[in-house]
Design a protein. Structure first.
Length: 640
Protein backbone atom coordinates (compact mmCIF):
# COMPACT_ATOMS: atom_id res chain seq x y z
CA UNK A 1 0.00 0.00 0.00
CA UNK A 2 2.36 2.99 0.17
CA UNK A 3 2.80 5.16 3.22
CA UNK A 4 -0.54 6.79 4.00
CA UNK A 5 0.32 8.67 7.20
CA UNK A 6 3.22 10.80 5.96
CA UNK A 7 3.24 14.56 6.54
CA UNK A 8 5.08 15.78 3.46
CA UNK A 9 7.21 18.91 3.35
CA UNK A 10 7.95 20.50 -0.03
CA UNK A 11 10.34 23.21 1.16
CA UNK A 12 13.80 23.25 -0.48
CA UNK A 13 15.52 22.78 2.87
CA UNK A 14 13.39 19.73 3.73
CA UNK A 15 13.99 18.26 0.28
CA UNK A 16 17.77 18.63 0.68
CA UNK A 17 17.74 17.04 4.13
CA UNK A 18 15.56 14.19 2.92
CA UNK A 19 17.83 13.63 -0.10
CA UNK A 20 20.78 13.20 2.24
CA UNK A 21 18.88 10.43 4.05
CA UNK A 22 17.92 8.92 0.69
CA UNK A 23 21.56 8.65 -0.41
CA UNK A 24 22.44 7.20 2.99
CA UNK A 25 19.73 4.55 2.55
CA UNK A 26 21.24 3.55 -0.78
CA UNK A 27 24.59 3.04 0.94
CA UNK A 28 22.88 1.10 3.71
CA UNK A 29 21.18 -1.22 1.21
CA UNK A 30 24.48 -1.83 -0.55
CA UNK A 31 26.01 -2.77 2.79
CA UNK A 32 23.09 -5.09 3.61
CA UNK A 33 23.53 -6.88 0.30
CA UNK A 34 27.23 -7.41 0.95
CA UNK A 35 26.50 -8.71 4.48
CA UNK A 36 23.76 -11.08 3.32
CA UNK A 37 21.10 -9.38 5.44
CA UNK A 38 18.28 -9.91 2.89
CA UNK A 39 16.06 -12.91 3.61
CA UNK A 40 16.48 -15.83 1.20
CA UNK A 41 14.92 -19.23 0.76
CA UNK A 42 11.38 -17.88 1.14
CA UNK A 43 8.85 -17.65 -1.69
CA UNK A 44 5.79 -15.63 -0.67
CA UNK A 45 3.01 -14.07 -2.68
CA UNK A 46 0.62 -11.24 -1.82
CA UNK A 47 -1.75 -8.82 -3.54
CA UNK A 48 -3.45 -5.44 -3.32
CA UNK A 49 -6.95 -4.80 -4.67
CA UNK A 50 -8.14 -1.36 -5.81
CA UNK A 51 -11.84 -0.74 -6.45
CA UNK A 52 -14.27 1.90 -7.67
CA UNK A 53 -17.33 3.00 -5.70
CA UNK A 54 -20.48 3.92 -7.66
CA UNK A 55 -23.87 5.41 -6.78
CA UNK A 56 -27.40 4.52 -7.95
CA UNK A 57 -26.72 6.17 -11.32
CA UNK A 58 -23.58 3.99 -11.70
CA UNK A 59 -21.46 7.14 -11.48
CA UNK A 60 -18.46 7.55 -9.12
CA UNK A 61 -19.57 7.82 -5.49
CA UNK A 62 -17.15 9.88 -3.35
CA UNK A 63 -17.99 8.05 -0.11
CA UNK A 64 -14.72 6.25 0.65
CA UNK A 65 -14.18 7.98 3.98
CA UNK A 66 -17.65 7.10 5.22
CA UNK A 67 -17.12 3.48 4.21
CA UNK A 68 -13.74 3.32 5.94
CA UNK A 69 -15.31 4.67 9.11
CA UNK A 70 -17.95 1.96 8.95
CA UNK A 71 -15.38 -0.79 8.31
CA UNK A 72 -12.85 0.37 10.94
CA UNK A 73 -10.43 -2.25 9.59
CA UNK A 74 -6.74 -1.56 8.87
CA UNK A 75 -6.84 -3.87 5.85
CA UNK A 76 -8.76 -1.17 3.98
CA UNK A 77 -7.32 2.23 3.14
CA UNK A 78 -7.80 5.29 0.99
CA UNK A 79 -6.68 5.80 -2.56
CA UNK A 80 -6.14 9.10 -4.34
CA UNK A 81 -9.85 9.72 -5.00
CA UNK A 82 -12.80 9.57 -2.63
CA UNK A 83 -14.47 7.16 -5.06
CA UNK A 84 -11.63 4.59 -4.83
CA UNK A 85 -10.53 2.26 -2.04
CA UNK A 86 -7.76 -0.28 -1.60
CA UNK A 87 -7.47 -3.45 0.43
CA UNK A 88 -4.42 -5.54 1.28
CA UNK A 89 -4.43 -9.33 1.13
CA UNK A 90 -2.35 -11.36 3.56
CA UNK A 91 1.00 -12.54 2.17
CA UNK A 92 1.36 -16.32 2.15
CA UNK A 93 3.88 -18.95 1.07
CA UNK A 94 3.68 -19.68 -2.66
CA UNK A 95 2.70 -23.32 -2.27
CA UNK A 96 -0.24 -25.65 -1.69
CA UNK A 97 -3.63 -23.98 -1.85
CA UNK A 98 -2.32 -20.40 -1.79
CA UNK A 99 -4.37 -19.25 -4.79
CA UNK A 100 -7.57 -20.80 -3.53
CA UNK A 101 -6.90 -19.05 -0.21
CA UNK A 102 -6.29 -15.79 -2.08
CA UNK A 103 -9.62 -16.09 -3.89
CA UNK A 104 -11.45 -16.91 -0.65
CA UNK A 105 -9.87 -13.98 1.23
CA UNK A 106 -10.58 -11.58 -1.62
CA UNK A 107 -14.22 -12.69 -1.74
CA UNK A 108 -14.47 -12.17 2.01
CA UNK A 109 -12.89 -8.70 1.94
CA UNK A 110 -15.07 -7.57 -0.95
CA UNK A 111 -18.18 -8.88 0.83
CA UNK A 112 -17.26 -6.76 3.86
CA UNK A 113 -16.60 -3.78 1.63
CA UNK A 114 -19.85 -4.31 -0.26
CA UNK A 115 -21.87 -4.37 2.96
CA UNK A 116 -20.28 -1.12 4.15
CA UNK A 117 -20.79 0.46 0.74
CA UNK A 118 -24.47 -0.50 0.83
CA UNK A 119 -24.88 1.57 3.99
CA UNK A 120 -23.47 4.53 2.04
CA UNK A 121 -25.89 3.85 -0.86
CA UNK A 122 -23.00 2.71 -3.05
CA UNK A 123 -21.72 -0.39 -4.81
CA UNK A 124 -18.24 -1.79 -5.45
CA UNK A 125 -16.94 -2.28 -9.00
CA UNK A 126 -13.83 -4.16 -10.15
CA UNK A 127 -12.73 -2.56 -13.40
CA UNK A 128 -9.55 -0.98 -14.75
CA UNK A 129 -11.30 2.26 -15.74
CA UNK A 130 -14.89 2.99 -14.73
CA UNK A 131 -16.95 3.52 -17.94
CA UNK A 132 -19.14 6.21 -16.38
CA UNK A 133 -16.25 8.29 -15.07
CA UNK A 134 -16.32 11.86 -16.39
CA UNK A 135 -13.79 14.66 -16.34
CA UNK A 136 -15.85 16.64 -13.83
CA UNK A 137 -15.43 13.79 -11.33
CA UNK A 138 -11.70 14.57 -11.27
CA UNK A 139 -12.05 17.72 -9.17
CA UNK A 140 -9.73 18.37 -6.27
CA UNK A 141 -12.64 18.25 -3.84
CA UNK A 142 -12.94 14.56 -4.79
CA UNK A 143 -9.35 13.94 -3.68
CA UNK A 144 -8.94 12.00 -0.44
CA UNK A 145 -8.02 14.48 2.32
CA UNK A 146 -4.59 13.06 3.08
CA UNK A 147 -1.45 15.22 3.19
CA UNK A 148 0.38 12.73 0.96
CA UNK A 149 -2.07 13.19 -1.92
CA UNK A 150 -2.12 16.96 -1.69
CA UNK A 151 1.67 17.02 -1.63
CA UNK A 152 1.80 14.73 -4.65
CA UNK A 153 -0.52 17.04 -6.55
CA UNK A 154 1.41 20.17 -5.54
CA UNK A 155 4.79 18.67 -6.40
CA UNK A 156 3.66 17.23 -9.74
CA UNK A 157 2.04 20.49 -10.83
CA UNK A 158 5.09 22.49 -9.74
CA UNK A 159 7.53 20.33 -11.68
CA UNK A 160 5.34 20.18 -14.76
CA UNK A 161 4.88 23.95 -14.73
CA UNK A 162 1.41 23.92 -16.30
CA UNK A 163 -1.65 21.82 -17.10
CA UNK A 164 -1.44 18.21 -18.20
CA UNK A 165 -2.21 17.47 -21.84
CA UNK A 166 -3.58 13.95 -22.22
CA UNK A 167 -3.60 12.50 -25.72
CA UNK A 168 -4.54 8.89 -26.47
CA UNK A 169 -5.51 7.44 -29.85
CA UNK A 170 -7.37 4.21 -30.55
CA UNK A 171 -10.58 3.62 -32.49
CA UNK A 172 -11.45 7.09 -31.18
CA UNK A 173 -9.16 9.91 -30.13
CA UNK A 174 -9.03 11.64 -26.75
CA UNK A 175 -7.26 14.95 -26.29
CA UNK A 176 -7.97 16.75 -23.01
CA UNK A 177 -6.28 19.22 -20.71
CA UNK A 178 -6.36 18.83 -16.94
CA UNK A 179 -4.90 20.90 -14.14
CA UNK A 180 -4.34 18.38 -11.34
CA UNK A 181 -3.13 14.85 -10.62
CA UNK A 182 -6.61 13.35 -10.31
CA UNK A 183 -6.40 11.72 -13.75
CA UNK A 184 -4.44 9.02 -11.90
CA UNK A 185 -7.69 8.19 -10.07
CA UNK A 186 -9.14 6.87 -13.35
CA UNK A 187 -7.04 3.72 -12.89
CA UNK A 188 -7.56 0.78 -10.56
CA UNK A 189 -5.43 -2.33 -10.55
CA UNK A 190 -4.83 -5.73 -8.98
CA UNK A 191 -1.20 -5.68 -7.87
CA UNK A 192 0.72 -8.88 -7.19
CA UNK A 193 3.85 -9.19 -5.02
CA UNK A 194 6.40 -12.00 -5.24
CA UNK A 195 9.21 -12.32 -2.70
CA UNK A 196 12.63 -13.17 -4.15
CA UNK A 197 16.11 -13.42 -2.69
CA UNK A 198 18.82 -10.84 -3.35
CA UNK A 199 20.95 -13.32 -5.30
CA UNK A 200 18.19 -14.13 -7.80
CA UNK A 201 16.62 -10.67 -8.03
CA UNK A 202 18.16 -9.67 -11.37
CA UNK A 203 17.05 -12.85 -13.16
CA UNK A 204 13.51 -12.64 -11.79
CA UNK A 205 13.13 -8.91 -12.38
CA UNK A 206 14.27 -9.25 -15.96
CA UNK A 207 11.78 -12.07 -16.48
CA UNK A 208 9.01 -9.90 -15.06
CA UNK A 209 9.88 -7.33 -17.73
CA UNK A 210 9.98 -9.94 -20.50
CA UNK A 211 6.60 -11.52 -19.67
CA UNK A 212 4.83 -8.22 -18.99
CA UNK A 213 3.47 -8.04 -22.55
CA UNK A 214 1.84 -11.49 -22.85
CA UNK A 215 0.51 -11.38 -19.28
CA UNK A 216 -1.07 -7.99 -19.98
CA UNK A 217 -2.44 -9.08 -23.37
CA UNK A 218 -4.38 -11.89 -21.65
CA UNK A 219 -5.84 -9.54 -19.05
CA UNK A 220 -6.74 -6.24 -20.79
CA UNK A 221 -9.88 -4.72 -19.25
CA UNK A 222 -9.81 -0.93 -19.81
CA UNK A 223 -10.76 0.04 -23.39
CA UNK A 224 -12.91 3.08 -22.55
CA UNK A 225 -12.20 6.50 -21.07
CA UNK A 226 -14.74 9.35 -21.06
CA UNK A 227 -16.80 7.34 -23.55
CA UNK A 228 -13.95 7.03 -26.07
CA UNK A 229 -12.70 3.68 -27.39
CA UNK A 230 -8.94 3.90 -26.95
CA UNK A 231 -6.34 1.24 -26.09
CA UNK A 232 -7.42 -2.25 -25.03
CA UNK A 233 -5.68 -1.37 -21.74
CA UNK A 234 -5.96 2.41 -21.70
CA UNK A 235 -4.52 2.47 -18.16
CA UNK A 236 -1.06 2.02 -19.66
CA UNK A 237 -1.25 5.24 -21.69
CA UNK A 238 -3.29 7.15 -19.11
CA UNK A 239 -1.19 6.39 -16.03
CA UNK A 240 2.01 7.26 -17.87
CA UNK A 241 0.65 10.72 -18.65
CA UNK A 242 -1.44 11.40 -15.53
CA UNK A 243 1.51 12.05 -13.23
CA UNK A 244 4.04 13.13 -15.82
CA UNK A 245 6.29 15.81 -14.35
CA UNK A 246 8.12 16.64 -17.59
CA UNK A 247 7.78 20.13 -19.01
CA UNK A 248 7.17 20.60 -22.69
CA UNK A 249 10.45 21.54 -24.38
CA UNK A 250 11.64 22.35 -27.87
CA UNK A 251 15.08 21.01 -27.05
CA UNK A 252 16.22 17.54 -28.10
CA UNK A 253 16.42 16.21 -24.55
CA UNK A 254 15.34 12.76 -23.44
CA UNK A 255 13.36 13.17 -20.22
CA UNK A 256 11.98 10.08 -18.51
CA UNK A 257 8.39 9.96 -17.24
CA UNK A 258 7.90 8.86 -13.63
CA UNK A 259 5.61 6.14 -14.94
CA UNK A 260 7.77 3.96 -17.15
CA UNK A 261 8.69 0.48 -18.25
CA UNK A 262 12.44 0.91 -17.83
CA UNK A 263 15.45 1.45 -20.04
CA UNK A 264 17.62 -1.68 -19.78
CA UNK A 265 18.00 -5.12 -18.24
CA UNK A 266 19.25 -5.38 -14.65
CA UNK A 267 22.77 -6.83 -14.63
CA UNK A 268 23.54 -7.83 -11.06
CA UNK A 269 21.32 -6.60 -8.22
CA UNK A 270 18.32 -4.63 -7.01
CA UNK A 271 20.68 -1.79 -6.15
CA UNK A 272 20.83 -0.87 -9.86
CA UNK A 273 17.07 -0.24 -9.92
CA UNK A 274 17.06 2.02 -6.87
CA UNK A 275 20.20 3.86 -7.93
CA UNK A 276 18.73 4.53 -11.37
CA UNK A 277 15.52 5.94 -9.86
CA UNK A 278 17.40 8.21 -7.46
CA UNK A 279 19.72 9.41 -10.20
CA UNK A 280 16.94 10.00 -12.73
CA UNK A 281 14.12 11.43 -10.61
CA UNK A 282 14.29 14.29 -8.10
CA UNK A 283 12.66 13.96 -4.70
CA UNK A 284 8.97 14.89 -4.96
CA UNK A 285 8.20 15.16 -1.27
CA UNK A 286 10.08 14.98 2.02
CA UNK A 287 9.13 13.70 5.46
CA UNK A 288 11.05 13.53 8.72
CA UNK A 289 13.34 10.49 8.86
CA UNK A 290 13.48 9.11 12.38
CA UNK A 291 15.94 6.25 11.93
CA UNK A 292 19.67 6.09 11.13
CA UNK A 293 19.94 3.15 8.75
CA UNK A 294 23.66 2.56 9.27
CA UNK A 295 23.27 2.47 13.05
CA UNK A 296 20.51 -0.10 12.72
CA UNK A 297 22.81 -2.30 10.65
CA UNK A 298 25.61 -1.89 13.22
CA UNK A 299 23.15 -3.07 15.86
CA UNK A 300 22.30 -6.15 13.79
CA UNK A 301 18.79 -4.95 12.96
CA UNK A 302 17.15 -4.55 9.57
CA UNK A 303 16.70 -0.80 8.91
CA UNK A 304 13.39 0.54 7.64
CA UNK A 305 15.06 2.58 4.85
CA UNK A 306 12.35 5.18 5.34
CA UNK A 307 13.62 7.67 2.77
CA UNK A 308 14.26 5.07 0.07
CA UNK A 309 10.83 3.51 0.48
CA UNK A 310 9.04 6.85 0.27
CA UNK A 311 10.97 7.89 -2.83
CA UNK A 312 10.30 4.46 -4.36
CA UNK A 313 6.57 5.04 -3.92
CA UNK A 314 6.77 8.14 -6.15
CA UNK A 315 8.43 6.35 -9.09
CA UNK A 316 5.93 4.18 -10.92
CA UNK A 317 7.57 1.35 -12.82
CA UNK A 318 5.19 -1.31 -14.12
CA UNK A 319 7.34 -3.90 -12.36
CA UNK A 320 8.48 -2.27 -9.14
CA UNK A 321 11.31 -3.39 -6.88
CA UNK A 322 10.18 -3.27 -3.23
CA UNK A 323 12.06 -3.48 0.06
CA UNK A 324 10.22 -4.49 3.21
CA UNK A 325 10.54 -5.96 6.67
CA UNK A 326 8.58 -8.93 7.96
CA UNK A 327 9.07 -10.53 11.37
CA UNK A 328 12.24 -8.51 11.77
CA UNK A 329 13.79 -9.74 8.52
CA UNK A 330 14.49 -7.56 5.49
CA UNK A 331 13.21 -8.93 2.19
CA UNK A 332 12.85 -8.00 -1.48
CA UNK A 333 9.71 -8.23 -3.59
CA UNK A 334 8.82 -7.69 -7.20
CA UNK A 335 5.47 -5.93 -7.53
CA UNK A 336 3.54 -6.49 -10.77
CA UNK A 337 1.55 -3.27 -11.27
CA UNK A 338 0.38 -3.72 -14.84
CA UNK A 339 -2.77 -5.80 -14.28
CA UNK A 340 -6.14 -4.03 -14.17
CA UNK A 341 -8.80 -4.65 -11.54
CA UNK A 342 -11.47 -7.16 -12.57
CA UNK A 343 -13.32 -8.33 -14.51
CA UNK A 344 -14.06 -10.90 -11.75
CA UNK A 345 -12.31 -12.14 -8.64
CA UNK A 346 -11.70 -15.46 -10.37
CA UNK A 347 -10.13 -13.67 -13.35
CA UNK A 348 -7.84 -11.70 -11.05
CA UNK A 349 -6.59 -14.75 -9.16
CA UNK A 350 -6.11 -16.57 -12.47
CA UNK A 351 -3.96 -13.64 -13.63
CA UNK A 352 -1.94 -13.89 -10.41
CA UNK A 353 -1.38 -17.62 -10.85
CA UNK A 354 -0.38 -17.18 -14.50
CA UNK A 355 2.11 -14.42 -13.65
CA UNK A 356 3.62 -16.19 -10.63
CA UNK A 357 3.86 -19.51 -12.46
CA UNK A 358 5.56 -17.82 -15.39
CA UNK A 359 8.00 -16.04 -13.12
CA UNK A 360 9.14 -19.41 -11.79
CA UNK A 361 8.76 -21.64 -14.84
CA UNK A 362 10.10 -19.25 -17.47
CA UNK A 363 13.07 -18.22 -15.35
CA UNK A 364 13.98 -21.87 -14.85
CA UNK A 365 13.41 -22.96 -18.45
CA UNK A 366 14.59 -19.93 -20.44
CA UNK A 367 17.56 -18.97 -18.29
CA UNK A 368 19.01 -15.47 -18.52
CA UNK A 369 16.38 -13.73 -20.65
CA UNK A 370 18.66 -10.75 -21.25
CA UNK A 371 20.76 -12.95 -23.57
CA UNK A 372 17.77 -14.08 -25.63
CA UNK A 373 15.54 -11.00 -25.96
CA UNK A 374 16.45 -7.39 -26.72
CA UNK A 375 15.18 -5.03 -24.04
CA UNK A 376 13.79 -2.73 -26.73
CA UNK A 377 11.65 -5.64 -27.97
CA UNK A 378 10.34 -6.35 -24.47
CA UNK A 379 9.38 -2.69 -24.15
CA UNK A 380 7.77 -2.53 -27.60
CA UNK A 381 5.87 -5.75 -26.86
CA UNK A 382 4.45 -4.17 -23.71
CA UNK A 383 3.16 -1.13 -25.59
CA UNK A 384 1.67 -3.37 -28.28
CA UNK A 385 -0.13 -5.44 -25.64
CA UNK A 386 -1.56 -2.29 -24.07
CA UNK A 387 -2.81 -1.04 -27.43
CA UNK A 388 -4.08 -4.26 -28.97
CA UNK A 389 -4.45 -6.91 -26.28
CA UNK A 390 -4.71 -10.38 -27.79
CA UNK A 391 -4.48 -8.91 -31.30
CA UNK A 392 -0.85 -7.94 -30.66
CA UNK A 393 2.14 -9.60 -32.25
CA UNK A 394 5.41 -9.92 -30.33
CA UNK A 395 9.11 -10.12 -31.07
CA UNK A 396 9.87 -13.00 -28.73
CA UNK A 397 13.03 -14.85 -27.69
CA UNK A 398 15.62 -15.94 -30.22
CA UNK A 399 14.07 -13.82 -32.97
CA UNK A 400 10.61 -15.44 -32.93
CA UNK A 401 7.69 -13.46 -34.38
CA UNK A 402 4.52 -14.71 -32.71
CA UNK A 403 0.97 -13.60 -31.98
CA UNK A 404 -0.11 -13.10 -28.39
CA UNK A 405 -2.59 -16.04 -28.34
CA UNK A 406 -0.12 -18.41 -29.99
CA UNK A 407 2.63 -17.49 -27.51
CA UNK A 408 0.38 -17.82 -24.47
CA UNK A 409 -1.34 -21.06 -25.44
CA UNK A 410 1.59 -22.96 -26.94
CA UNK A 411 4.55 -21.79 -24.85
CA UNK A 412 3.68 -19.79 -21.75
CA UNK A 413 0.85 -21.75 -20.17
CA UNK A 414 2.98 -24.93 -20.04
CA UNK A 415 5.82 -22.91 -18.48
CA UNK A 416 3.44 -21.42 -15.91
CA UNK A 417 2.15 -24.89 -15.03
CA UNK A 418 5.70 -26.18 -14.58
CA UNK A 419 6.55 -23.20 -12.40
CA UNK A 420 3.59 -23.75 -10.08
CA UNK A 421 4.29 -27.47 -9.90
CA UNK A 422 7.90 -26.72 -8.90
CA UNK A 423 6.71 -25.15 -5.63
CA UNK A 424 4.01 -27.78 -5.04
CA UNK A 425 0.94 -25.64 -5.69
CA UNK A 426 -2.12 -27.87 -5.47
CA UNK A 427 -2.89 -29.47 -8.82
CA UNK A 428 -6.58 -28.56 -8.45
CA UNK A 429 -5.60 -24.88 -8.11
CA UNK A 430 -3.30 -25.10 -11.12
CA UNK A 431 -6.05 -26.63 -13.23
CA UNK A 432 -8.66 -24.13 -12.04
CA UNK A 433 -6.75 -20.90 -12.53
CA UNK A 434 -4.62 -21.70 -15.56
CA UNK A 435 -7.76 -23.21 -17.08
CA UNK A 436 -9.39 -19.77 -16.87
CA UNK A 437 -6.46 -18.21 -18.76
CA UNK A 438 -6.56 -21.00 -21.37
CA UNK A 439 -10.32 -20.59 -21.98
CA UNK A 440 -10.13 -16.80 -21.97
CA UNK A 441 -7.34 -16.64 -24.53
CA UNK A 442 -8.72 -19.45 -26.70
CA UNK A 443 -12.12 -17.72 -26.88
CA UNK A 444 -10.51 -14.27 -27.35
CA UNK A 445 -12.99 -13.00 -24.73
CA UNK A 446 -11.04 -10.72 -22.36
CA UNK A 447 -12.61 -7.95 -20.28
CA UNK A 448 -11.86 -5.31 -22.90
CA UNK A 449 -13.49 -7.28 -25.71
CA UNK A 450 -16.58 -7.95 -23.54
CA UNK A 451 -16.96 -4.21 -22.96
CA UNK A 452 -16.46 -3.27 -26.61
CA UNK A 453 -18.72 -6.01 -27.94
CA UNK A 454 -21.41 -5.02 -25.44
CA UNK A 455 -21.09 -1.40 -26.51
CA UNK A 456 -21.41 -2.33 -30.18
CA UNK A 457 -24.49 -4.46 -29.47
CA UNK A 458 -26.22 -1.43 -27.96
CA UNK A 459 -25.53 0.76 -31.00
CA UNK A 460 -28.66 2.46 -32.29
CA UNK A 461 -30.45 2.13 -28.96
CA UNK A 462 -30.27 4.80 -26.28
CA UNK A 463 -27.40 7.24 -26.03
CA UNK A 464 -23.84 7.24 -24.77
CA UNK A 465 -24.76 7.95 -21.16
CA UNK A 466 -27.15 5.02 -21.10
CA UNK A 467 -24.60 2.74 -22.78
CA UNK A 468 -21.90 3.51 -20.22
CA UNK A 469 -24.31 3.13 -17.30
CA UNK A 470 -25.46 -0.22 -18.70
CA UNK A 471 -21.85 -1.44 -19.03
CA UNK A 472 -21.17 -0.55 -15.40
CA UNK A 473 -24.41 -2.06 -14.12
CA UNK A 474 -23.81 -5.26 -16.09
CA UNK A 475 -20.22 -5.47 -14.81
CA UNK A 476 -21.46 -5.37 -11.21
CA UNK A 477 -24.16 -7.94 -11.94
CA UNK A 478 -21.75 -10.33 -13.68
CA UNK A 479 -19.17 -9.99 -10.91
CA UNK A 480 -21.76 -11.08 -8.38
CA UNK A 481 -22.17 -14.38 -10.26
CA UNK A 482 -18.43 -15.07 -9.71
CA UNK A 483 -18.15 -16.39 -13.28
CA UNK A 484 -15.01 -15.53 -15.31
CA UNK A 485 -15.40 -12.96 -18.07
CA UNK A 486 -15.19 -15.40 -20.97
CA UNK A 487 -18.51 -16.84 -19.74
CA UNK A 488 -20.29 -13.48 -19.39
CA UNK A 489 -23.29 -12.67 -21.63
CA UNK A 490 -23.09 -9.23 -23.22
CA UNK A 491 -24.42 -6.20 -21.34
CA UNK A 492 -27.96 -5.05 -22.16
CA UNK A 493 -29.26 -1.50 -22.29
CA UNK A 494 -32.08 -2.28 -19.85
CA UNK A 495 -29.62 -3.27 -17.11
CA UNK A 496 -28.90 0.34 -16.15
CA UNK A 497 -31.64 0.64 -13.54
CA UNK A 498 -31.88 4.08 -12.00
CA UNK A 499 -32.43 5.75 -15.40
CA UNK A 500 -33.58 9.07 -13.93
CA UNK A 501 -30.43 9.38 -11.83
CA UNK A 502 -28.35 8.72 -14.97
CA UNK A 503 -29.47 12.11 -16.28
CA UNK A 504 -28.84 14.03 -13.09
CA UNK A 505 -26.11 16.20 -14.69
CA UNK A 506 -26.05 17.77 -18.11
CA UNK A 507 -22.65 16.31 -19.00
CA UNK A 508 -24.35 12.93 -19.19
CA UNK A 509 -26.31 13.84 -22.32
CA UNK A 510 -24.83 17.08 -23.67
CA UNK A 511 -23.74 17.11 -27.30
CA UNK A 512 -19.95 17.01 -27.57
CA UNK A 513 -19.71 16.54 -31.35
CA UNK A 514 -19.75 20.26 -32.03
CA UNK A 515 -19.55 22.21 -35.27
CA UNK A 516 -18.00 25.59 -34.54
CA UNK A 517 -16.83 28.63 -36.46
CA UNK A 518 -14.51 31.51 -35.72
CA UNK A 519 -15.73 35.09 -35.40
CA UNK A 520 -13.81 36.14 -38.53
CA UNK A 521 -15.50 33.62 -40.82
CA UNK A 522 -18.17 34.36 -43.39
CA UNK A 523 -21.77 34.26 -42.17
CA UNK A 524 -22.66 32.20 -45.23
CA UNK A 525 -20.60 29.30 -43.82
CA UNK A 526 -22.74 29.35 -40.66
CA UNK A 527 -25.86 29.00 -42.79
CA UNK A 528 -24.19 26.21 -44.76
CA UNK A 529 -23.24 24.30 -41.60
CA UNK A 530 -26.74 24.69 -40.15
CA UNK A 531 -28.34 23.44 -43.35
CA UNK A 532 -25.99 20.51 -43.95
CA UNK A 533 -25.98 19.30 -40.34
CA UNK A 534 -29.55 20.28 -39.43
CA UNK A 535 -28.35 22.42 -36.54
CA UNK A 536 -30.24 25.15 -34.74
CA UNK A 537 -27.15 26.61 -33.04
CA UNK A 538 -23.56 27.11 -34.10
CA UNK A 539 -21.01 28.10 -31.49
CA UNK A 540 -18.25 30.62 -32.11
CA UNK A 541 -14.86 29.97 -30.52
CA UNK A 542 -11.34 31.34 -30.77
CA UNK A 543 -8.15 29.42 -31.53
CA UNK A 544 -7.81 28.40 -27.85
CA UNK A 545 -11.31 26.83 -27.88
CA UNK A 546 -12.68 29.58 -25.70
CA UNK A 547 -16.30 30.44 -26.41
CA UNK A 548 -16.84 33.96 -27.77
CA UNK A 549 -20.38 33.81 -29.13
CA UNK A 550 -23.31 31.85 -30.52
CA UNK A 551 -25.39 32.09 -33.71
CA UNK A 552 -28.90 30.67 -33.63
CA UNK A 553 -31.21 29.57 -36.41
CA UNK A 554 -33.80 32.01 -35.05
CA UNK A 555 -31.34 34.87 -35.44
CA UNK A 556 -30.71 34.10 -39.10
CA UNK A 557 -34.47 33.79 -39.78
CA UNK A 558 -35.11 37.12 -38.08
CA UNK A 559 -32.39 38.86 -40.08
CA UNK A 560 -33.81 37.51 -43.30
CA UNK A 561 -37.37 38.54 -42.28
CA UNK A 562 -36.15 42.07 -41.54
CA UNK A 563 -34.81 42.57 -45.04
CA UNK A 564 -31.93 40.14 -45.41
CA UNK A 565 -28.41 39.92 -44.08
CA UNK A 566 -26.60 43.27 -44.57
CA UNK A 567 -23.34 43.16 -46.52
CA UNK A 568 -24.32 39.72 -47.76
CA UNK A 569 -21.34 37.89 -49.12
CA UNK A 570 -18.81 39.73 -46.96
CA UNK A 571 -20.28 39.87 -43.44
CA UNK A 572 -18.21 38.28 -40.64
CA UNK A 573 -19.75 36.11 -37.95
CA UNK A 574 -18.83 38.61 -35.23
CA UNK A 575 -21.26 41.13 -36.72
CA UNK A 576 -24.34 39.00 -36.06
CA UNK A 577 -23.43 36.59 -33.23
CA UNK A 578 -24.65 36.88 -29.67
CA UNK A 579 -21.48 37.74 -27.77
CA UNK A 580 -20.89 36.46 -24.22
CA UNK A 581 -23.71 33.90 -24.18
CA UNK A 582 -24.91 32.33 -20.94
CA UNK A 583 -22.83 29.24 -20.20
CA UNK A 584 -23.03 26.39 -17.71
CA UNK A 585 -20.51 23.89 -16.25
CA UNK A 586 -20.77 20.21 -17.21
CA UNK A 587 -21.69 19.11 -13.69
CA UNK A 588 -24.73 21.41 -13.42
CA UNK A 589 -27.86 19.49 -12.35
CA UNK A 590 -30.26 19.00 -15.23
CA UNK A 591 -33.17 20.62 -13.41
CA UNK A 592 -31.12 23.76 -12.76
CA UNK A 593 -30.16 23.97 -16.44
CA UNK A 594 -33.82 23.73 -17.50
CA UNK A 595 -34.84 26.43 -15.02
CA UNK A 596 -32.01 28.67 -16.24
CA UNK A 597 -33.12 28.32 -19.86
CA UNK A 598 -36.68 29.22 -18.92
CA UNK A 599 -35.64 32.18 -16.78
CA UNK A 600 -33.27 33.60 -19.42
CA UNK A 601 -35.53 32.67 -22.34
CA UNK A 602 -32.72 30.97 -24.26
CA UNK A 603 -32.97 27.82 -26.34
CA UNK A 604 -29.42 26.53 -25.83
CA UNK A 605 -26.65 26.61 -23.24
CA UNK A 606 -22.99 26.21 -24.21
CA UNK A 607 -21.14 24.00 -21.70
CA UNK A 608 -17.77 25.37 -20.59
CA UNK A 609 -15.15 23.79 -18.33
CA UNK A 610 -12.05 25.68 -17.18
CA UNK A 611 -12.70 28.32 -19.80
CA UNK A 612 -12.87 25.81 -22.66
CA UNK A 613 -15.92 24.90 -24.73
CA UNK A 614 -16.79 21.23 -24.12
CA UNK A 615 -20.43 20.77 -25.17
CA UNK A 616 -23.91 22.11 -25.82
CA UNK A 617 -27.36 21.41 -24.36
CA UNK A 618 -30.43 22.67 -26.14
CA UNK A 619 -34.21 22.43 -26.11
CA UNK A 620 -33.88 19.39 -28.37
CA UNK A 621 -31.62 17.73 -25.79
CA UNK A 622 -34.25 18.10 -23.08
CA UNK A 623 -37.06 17.00 -25.38
CA UNK A 624 -35.20 13.76 -25.99
CA UNK A 625 -34.60 13.23 -22.28
CA UNK A 626 -38.23 14.00 -21.44
CA UNK A 627 -39.42 11.54 -24.09
CA UNK A 628 -37.23 8.75 -22.79
CA UNK A 629 -38.19 9.53 -19.20
CA UNK A 630 -41.90 9.29 -20.08
CA UNK A 631 -41.37 5.92 -21.76
CA UNK A 632 -39.38 4.66 -18.78
CA UNK A 633 -42.02 5.73 -16.29
CA UNK A 634 -44.79 4.12 -18.37
CA UNK A 635 -42.74 0.92 -18.54
CA UNK A 636 -42.55 0.92 -14.76
CA UNK A 637 -46.27 1.54 -14.43
CA UNK A 638 -45.85 5.05 -13.08
CA UNK A 639 -47.74 8.20 -14.04
CA UNK A 640 -45.78 10.29 -16.57
Amino acid sequence: MGQQDVQPDLSPEAIRKFTRHLLSDLNALERMLSLGMIESGQRRIGAEQEVFLVDRAWKPAPVALEILETLNDPRFTTELARFNLETNLSPSPLAGGCFGAMEHELDSLLAMLGAAAHEAHAKVVLTGILPTLSKSDLRLDNMSPRPRYQALNDATCRLRGGPLHLHVEGADELHVEHDNVMLEACNTSFQIHLQVSAEEFARFYNMAQAIAAPVLAAAVNSPLLFGRRLWMETRIALFRQSIDTRRASVHARELSPRVRFGERWVKESVLEVFQEDVARFPVLMATPVTQDSMREIDAGRAPELQALRLHNSTVYTWNRACYGIGNGHAHLRIECRLLPAGPSVLDEVANAAFWAGLMLGATEELGDISHRLDFSDAKANFVAAGRLGLKAGFNWIDGQMVTAPELILSQLLPLARAGLESVAVDSSDIDRYLGVIDARVASRRVGASWLLESLAAMSGKGNTAEHLAALTAATVARQETRAPVHEWPLARLDESAGWEEAYARIEQFMDTDLFTVSEDELVDRVAFVMDRKQLRHVLVEDHDHQLVGIVSYRLLIRLLAEGGIPNEGTMAVREIMYADPITVPPDMPTIEAIELMRAKRVSALPVVSHGKLVGLVSEQSFVGVAHELMIERLRRGRTP
